[in-house]
Design a protein around this ligand. Structure first.
Ligand SMILES: [Cu+2]
Length: 140
């Protein structure tokens, strides 16, 4: 019976590292951020606003998780911007983006100063490759 103990330990380790890998490859693991999702090219971007409800004229933050649908490397850069396409203007403040880990970011200092239709844009970068992902937000 002694023989089986190290064998089981090895199986457990193999399983754990598989779990870590799947966290960056879109196989679940990000269920706490499923509120907003955008898919484009190799990537799926999931973001959550903090606070959950965006209020006109109030600063908010974003947690952003990007995963890879096809095994492409995770992005190492992200720029965020928001505009009101029907009014031809953007935000009055430039948000700051911090990378927490490959594919994981936090953005602070966003503010939408008018009610109406906004376009929230994420430009993600992986090496030389840029991918633009965007979504519409209606603010009341
Ligand atoms: Cu406007």
């Amino acid at each position: 019976m002694r023989f089986y103990v190290p064998f089981l330990a090895f199986v457990f380790l193999a399983f754990s590292s598989e779990q870590v890998k799947s966290a960056s490859s879109c196989d679940g693991a990000m269920s706490d951020l499923v509120e907003h999702q955008i898919e484009q090219g190799s990537y799926r971007l999931i973001f959550q606003t903090q606070p959950k409800k965006i209020t006109v004229g109030k600063f908010f933050s974003l947690r952003v998780d990007v995963c890879s649908k096809d095994g492409s490397p995770l992005p190492d850069g992200l720029k965020i911007d928001a505009t009101m396409p029907m009014h031809g203007h953007g935000m009055n403040y430039r948000p700051s983006v911090q990378q927490l880990a490959p594919g994981k970011f936090k953005a602070k200092g966003l503010m939408m100063h008018m009610a109406g239709s906004w376009l929230l844009r994420f430009d993600i970068r992986q090496g030389d490759k840029a991918t633009r992902m965007q979504t519409k937000l209606i603010l009341k």
